[in-house]
Design a protein around this ligand. Sequence first.
Ligand SMILES: [Zn+2]
Length: 444
Amino acid sequence: MKKAKYIIKKMTAKLVKSCKNLKNVNLISRIVLAVAAVMMVVALGVVLFYKTPLHEVICNPEQHNVVEVKSGDTLSKILGNEGFSMRDIDTISKTLKTEANFTTLRAGRDKLDFIRPSENAPISKIVIINGPWNRVEIDCGVPGTWQCQKVEIERDTRIAYKEGEIKEGSSFYLAALEAGVPEGIVIDVYDLLAFEMDFERDIRAGQKFYVVYEENYNAETKVDNGSVLAVSFDALRGNVQMYRFIKPDGHVGYYDENGNGAIKSLKRTPINNAKITSSFAGRRKHPVLGFTRAHKGVDFRAPTGTPIPAAGAGRVIARSFNRGHGNFVKIRHNGTFETLYAHMSKFAKGVNVGTVVRQGQIIGYSGSTGLSTGPHLHYEVIKNGVHVNPMTVKLPAIDNLDAKNKPLFIEYKKGLEEKINILKTDPKKIVRLKDEEENKENKK
Ligand SMILES: [Zn+2]
């Protein structure tokens, strides 16, 4: 721009100078010349100022025609509508299949962009837009030959931080939505914290929390949310923290502040190394009652007085006696799992209905109370109200970091916390996880 202005200024000066020199020419000629000079300057100005856009409009008027895939549409039908011959349609379909492993278009989701280098020119490129981050580009090289490639759009992943507090009579769900946490992320957080707390019974007014998660941008437009990166919750038995961490081998897990697997799960055998004396069975002959009846748990050999640890963190929902189970404790771990421990000789001190227990916390001592032939632990796992086999039920894996990965995790967590602190003071600031990786690369 500056250059253009300079040129115009110089040209004007030159023209004025040359006009002054034409002293012999009459007034009309002078006026005509002056007008011509002004017009020339204006024309030059226009050309210089608008050089780039004019050039684009004239030389590169790429034409786009975006077609949305509707119910009943097929690739052949859409290509046919665009005027492709049967032979071209066949070639394009085959190329898509062999080079991009692409076979079906999804109605209501996928779009096709037909691109012509200029108006009335044949279509030179087809872009299948399938999802916010995926494209399949089909280029026409030599007329009649098509090449295709899958293109993944690079995500600009930014870190979002939302904090909140449980209000009187509210739930974590409502408080999180109120804090601006997207619903999908709230559900992920539920799953993460499910073994740490009971969202129905462990929620109190005044509990503070924060959720850190990924937001994916394409240019400056937010497209979707990624994973939960960190969670902090002031639970009844103290602050619970979880961090997402990717091991160098690509394995993704959530860990507490010390690098222990944050997803606590249940232990299949509450007492370590205890021998199974009777397995879970839909039906079996009851040793005392003598008739056939289901065995809804697993029996472990345990001399009277053996401490019985809770199989997972949770809340005691029963501490009682009945004829069959004798002294028993039942723990609710989350919305899905409950465990029951029977035939206890006595309960552990401080374990009552409502007590929040940690995984491994002693809840009682083995014995032979109730319908029992000898001291043992009868252990039941109840999933969604149905007794399941503790030895085979699918449980989230307990995954602690080893000596090699722990220091990497601690370093990563330090970096993430620094970013969280930046967002705590300025939640609108653009912060990326990647920045750190880039800096690390630079340091090497
Ligand atoms: Zn049993």
